[in-house]
Ligand binder design. Structure first.
Ligand code: Z5A
Length: 214
């Protein structure tokens, strides 16, 4: 009997407020890790499976009926559970690295910080749906809210979150920065107000440091 042994893949997430440049930089990170011959799966939240993408559409579409905040939270975790069980965990188990555009830190930031939901409620759902799984590395692209919104506004129609007021995004940003200061070992905070070249140099530094440790 032959047993192929491989180590578990690493789980990297990328976070930030609107227009911070996640999409732009994810493509860059993907190329960088590919050049290192690291098997990589690129995915996003909410979404990443057909069912979870349908939940994403429910979450993002503008509607007349106000979405209840707890309903929003449960939809986010419903999508996450589906995504974890059918995509993320199987990939990590096979030794594939996963690069995810947003994850549970976005729930702490948007539903906790932005909507003001009780953090212990989020912690309980996190434990229940994820068990001990947490990202190995989180890249937080940080920018002042107005600059981010200006960048995002160049992209056309605004979704249900993007239509929020500036105060909402200030709270989201503050929640992200608070998490970064609580989880120093896992977080790398990158100043996304800098030029793209500068941002990408900082991303490479963070990835090099992570690769050295792993
Ligand atoms: N959400 C939630 O509430 N709870 C949760 O648990 C999760 C999510 C997981 C969808 O996420 C929404 O779901 C999100 C929170 C909520 N809220 N919203 N909106 P999303 O990630 O799909 O949505 P997004 O934040 O709008 O991401 P995005 O569309 O991918 O934007 P981005 O990646 O941050 O920006 P970008 O498109 O890469 O860049 C914006 C523009 O800036 C673009 O023209 C770039 O060329 C330019 N750019 C980028 N970097 C630079 C630099 N350095 N200099 C100058 N210009 C730049």
């Amino acid at each position: 009997m032959s047993l192929t042994h491989h180590s578990r893949g690493k789980f990297i997430t990328i976070e930030g407020t609107e227009g911070v440049g996640k999409s732009t930089n994810i493509a860059f990170i993907q190329e960088y890790l590919k050049a290192k011959n690291i098997p990589l799966l690129l995915t996003r939240e909410p979404g990443g499976t057909p069912l979870a993408e349908q939940i994403r559409a429910l979450l993002l579409e503008n509607r007349d009926e106000k979405m209840d905040e707890a309903a929003e939270l449960l939809l986010v975790f419903a999508a996450r559970s589906q995504h974890l069980q059918s995509v993320i965990l199987p990939a990590l188990d096979k030794g594939v690295w996963v690069l995810c555009d947003r994850f549970t830190d976005a729930t702490y930031a948007y539903q906790g910080g932005g909507r003001g939901l009780d953090v212990s409620l989020i912690e309980n759902l996190e434990q229940c749906i994820q068990g001990d799984l947490r990202p190995d590395l989180t890249l937080l692209l940080d920018i002042d809210v107005r600059t981010g919104l200006q960048r995002a506004s160049q992209r056309g129609e605004l979704d249900r979150f993007e239509n929020e007021q500036i105060d909402f995004f200030e709270k989201v940003r503050a929640a992200y920065l608070e998490m970064a200061s609580k989880h120093v070992g896992r977080y790398s905070v990158i100043n996304a107000a800098n030029s793209l070249e500068h941002v990408q140099r900082n991303i490479i530094d963070a990835l090099e440091q992570f690769l050295d440790k792993n």
